[in-house]
Design a protein around this ligand. Sequence first.
Ligand code: ATP
Ligand code: LTN
Length: 338
Amino acid sequence: METANTERKKVIFSAIQPSGTITLGNYLGALKNWIHLQDEYSCIFALADLHTITVRQDPAKFRHNVLEAYALLLACGIDTEKSPFFIQSQVCTHAQLAWILNCYTQFGELQRMTQFKDKSAKHADNVNAGLFTYPSLMAADILLYQADLVPVGADQKQHLELSRNIAERFNGLYSPTFTIPDAYIPKQGARIMSLKDPTKKMSKSDENVNGYVAVLDKPDDIMRKFKRAITDSEACVRSAEGKDGVNNLMGIYSCVTGLTNEQIEKEFEGKGYGDFKIAVGEAVVEHLRPIQERYADYSKNKDYLEKCYTDGAQKAFSISNRTLSKVMKKVGFIPKAF
Ligand code: ATP
Ligand code: LTN
């Protein structure tokens, strides 16, 4: 039977913003899944740095964050031989298609986006047009690669829904041009909460550095943050409604050890939170150790990094330019003769 070989692998596109240090939440909630998808799907990954400037950035810090995130994602296991991995601003088709899609996106649609409402409240002194049209750039990212599936967290579902609407609208006005993307919900999803306020998600923009663990945090810092994590007064390691802090620590422990909640409850039967927090801290340190070691190697090797992102950008350009050319032709632009 030939079908298995000739069947096209589904295309997955995803991106993350290099807007700060990558947290354990980003890693367990998103990046770890990307790594596992690489064999089964045809994956393309990006650092969405054009999106990042919707919030004002210090140039030197921004450059540092982009290169750090690139090296760190390689260290987490992105295999550039299998999956083109590029920096969005280096592939000009993204900004070009975003402009065109802006003209097929309604003001009212963008106005309804909850991220826009949240971020414009948070950065009231800089409610720029980029923040408003952020979703059409995200739609361009996805549609350029004819992605079938897009792994996104709950906060990005509304943007993905808008991408689908824009794609359907364009296909309807002209002829089928874009694949309509679906959200990819991982089988084993993890939502990691802040160690200081377990009702809030762990976030790199948290003002309290003790609320999040960065993937590149030193072992001592990781241990200190876990030892000080908020729990409750029951002093019993079990998962239950209302025990947000303990549930979160159990979730983290489960992600890095592969143990189920029942196994964790058994392991800590009769023990207090002190022992449990130390065990979670140590398991996280051990889980992150090889990533941190690989990161140290990659970040020393600037030439290798440059080769990887340049190669990624070239591959991404060649794939995405096919879609952009089709779109431009359909809209009625004069084809370039150079
Ligand atoms: P910011 O603080 O700037 O909003 P963030 O740390 O919340 O950043 P994003 O850049 O918005 O992270 O998200 C990158 C990816 O990581 C997304 O797919 C998102 O769903 C996932 N992610 C972020 N935080 C968590 C978390 N605490 N648990 C699980 N997944 C997360
Ligand atoms: N907006 C996303 C990052 C992002 C993205 C994308 C995710 C930019 N372009 C395309 C999936 C597909 C975020 O902030 N997490």
